[in-house]
Design a protein around this ligand. Structure first.
Ligand code: SAM
Ligand code: DTB
Ligand code: SF4
Length: 370
């Protein structure tokens, strides 16, 4: 695994999971500081570019067509609308945008071409760009990278065993295959999961074990707290205690010290104190605005208030075409203020992908009959 120094056994992860919480937070906070500036939080805007009507049966998801959740369904959003939403979010402090589509998988054709246009537009706005569109093939992942995409999000969600209880229309192996396709392209991998779906501690650890088994550790790991939505099979789940979210974030950070751990869905169910503990335990990203894809989120004013209270600032927007910043372990955050300005996840143009694409097109031209 290239992104961590150690492969953990299930028993070792269980041992840290069961540590006294204050000790666990302290351990995770120390590790977090080795690779990230603890006072910077990446603010990311989620845009639901295609909402609802999904053929899958993910038990947590309000967008599955078979559940009657009363959400407003929408076809694929026009490119201009996506760009203007992103522009607005950028003005409000977001340096990253993540587009979500309620698709089982990406299909080549008009809609995918439109998504590629969105990606091109967003990456030229100098924002970090991620999307989550369901399953992708290797060539689709590569086309997204060529268009300027930086990350692809596809969650393992839970352990392989519990996955079957929550989703039946698509297998864990399908998920792993997509993650493999993404990893083979020059995109960065974003993969994490949800807690609060009725899973056991073993399942939570099983998810981390699943992420560890990937060819390379995910560059980014979202931790979602289930938002129980009326009409879904998980509508009656109790809100997961914030202590479990903090614990999960801390353990994720200890197992994947160099990955960006994202405090994702479920923040409206948490107090600012609870979220503060999540940041202390190594979360370094939140979603902005008053809506995630379909469910509520605290909103910009609440988050600004929280950042001011805690002395946090949003990770800066990219100003020029900078390359990756190397973080050296032995220097502290305060000693190297400039280097730490984009800790861990520098916003960069996907130069590698562009070059790869150019080479592939040159090869095609040379081999095609004139
Ligand atoms: N259709 C694509 C897919 O499933 O890969 C992308 C969109 S899907 C909404 C992205 C992720 O959102 C899911 O993998 C899940 O982790 C998270 N999610 C969906 N509904 C949620 C809920 N009610 N509470 C918390 N997280 C949720
Ligand atoms: C992720 O892990 N969480 C985000 C993002 N990736 C796409 C999505 C959360 C969705 C929560 C449910 C909703 O708003 O519909
Ligand atoms: Fe569809 Fe994704 Fe929701 Fe599953 S999580 S139902 S694939 S939108």
């Amino acid at each position: 695994m290239a992104n961590t120094d150690k492969t953990w056994t299930k028993e070792e992860i269980l041992e840290i999971y069961n540590k006294p919480l204050m000790e666990l937070i302290y351990d995770a906070a120390k590790v977090h500081r080795e690779y990230f500036d603890p006072l910077k939080i990446q603010v990311s805007k989620l845009i639901s570019i295609k909402t609802g009507g999904c053929p899958e049966d993910c038990g947590y998801c309000p967008q599955a067509a078979r559940y009657h959740t009363g959400i407003e369904k929408n076809d694929l959003m026009p490119v201009e609308e996506v760009l203007s939403k992103a522009e607005e979010a950028k003005k409000n402090g977001s340096s990253r945008v993540c587009m979500g589509a309620a698709w089982r998988n990406v299909q080549d054709g008009e809609d995918f071409d439109q998504v590629l246009e969105m990606v091109k537009g967003l990456s030229s706005m100098e924002m970090e760009v991620c999307c989550t569109l369901g399953m992708v093939t290797e060539s689709q992942a590569e086309r997204l990278a060529e268009a300027g995409l930086h990350y692809y999000n596809h969650n393992l969600d839970t352990s392989e065993e519990y996955y079957k209880e929550v989703i039946s229309t698509r297998s864990y192996n399908d998920r792993l295959k997509t993650l493999d396709n993404v990893r083979k392209s020059s995109l960065k991998v974003c993969s994490g999961g949800i807690i609060g779906m009725g899973e056991s501690v073993d399942d939570r650890i099983g998810m981390l074990m699943g992420l560890q088994k990937l060819a390379q550790a995910p560059d980014s790991i979202p931790i979602n707290a289930l938002v129980p939505v009326e009409g879904t099979p998980l509508e009656e789940q109790e809100i997961v205690p914030v202590w479990d979210v903090v614990r999960m974030i801390a353990v994720t950070k200890l197992v994947f010290p160099k990955s960006t751990v994202r405090l994702s869905a479920g923040r409206t169910q948490m107090t600012k104190e609870g979220q503060a503990l999540c940041f202390m335990a190594g979360a370094s990203s939140i979603f902005a605005g008053d809506k995630l894809l379909t469910t509520p989120n605290p909103g910009d004013n609440e988050d600004l208030l929280m950042f001011n209270l805690l002395g946090l600032t949003p990770t800066e927007k990219k100003k020029d075409n900078v390359g990756k910043v190397k973080i050296r372990k032995e220097t502290s955050a305060t000693e190297t203020e400039e280097k730490w300005s984009r800790p861990g996840h520098v916003i960069e143009r996907n130069i590698e992908a562009t070059e790869k694409g150019k080479a592939a097109r040159r090869a095609l031209k040379e081999n095609s009959p004139s």
